[in-house]
Design a protein. Structure first.
Length: 137
């Protein structure tokens, strides 16, 4: 299993909307960055992803699970980009802010900090555990 972080502006698609999508989940589409698209193509069914509210909030608010591996993004007229389907898994009772992530030296290597504009990125297992623990403190 691999771990990821996916960003969405909460006024476009929020963790609550993802939860309402229910068991069938929803497509994670609209990604037009080649590096982020490559990350989508690397995702496997069962992988877990942090759900990050970007621009408004700037915080990890929950977890989703990949339920369908990459396929052509129906919102892309060129047919070059892909989407995956993700299903709501959990919402954090205490979101983990970007500010707190930046304060943790063990997380300083994350693309969330190093490549702040990247919308889909890998997260190593050690960082996954640290962030999950931060959501419980």
């Amino acid at each position: 299993m691999q771990y990821w972080l996916m960003k969405s502006e909460p006024d476009v698609w929020s963790i609550d909307q993802q939860k309402k999508a229910g068991i069938k989940g929803a497509p994670w589409d609209g990604v037009r960055n080649y590096q982020a698209a490559k990350n989508l193509k690397s995702m496997k069914k069962g992988d877990l992803c942090f759900f990050y509210h970007s621009n408004i909030g700037k915080e990890i608010v929950g977890v989703v699970k990949v339920t369908k591996e990459h396929y052509i993004d129906k919102t892309d007229k060129t047919g070059r980009f892909v989407a995956v389907t993700v299903q709501f898994k959990s919402k954090f009772s205490k979101p983990v802010t970007l500010e707190n992530i930046k304060k943790n030296k063990d997380l300083s290597h994350l693309p969330l900090i190093k490549q702040s504009r990247l919308s889909v990125m890998p997260v190593d297992y050690k960082s996954w555990k640290i962030i999950n623990n931060m959501s419980r403190i």
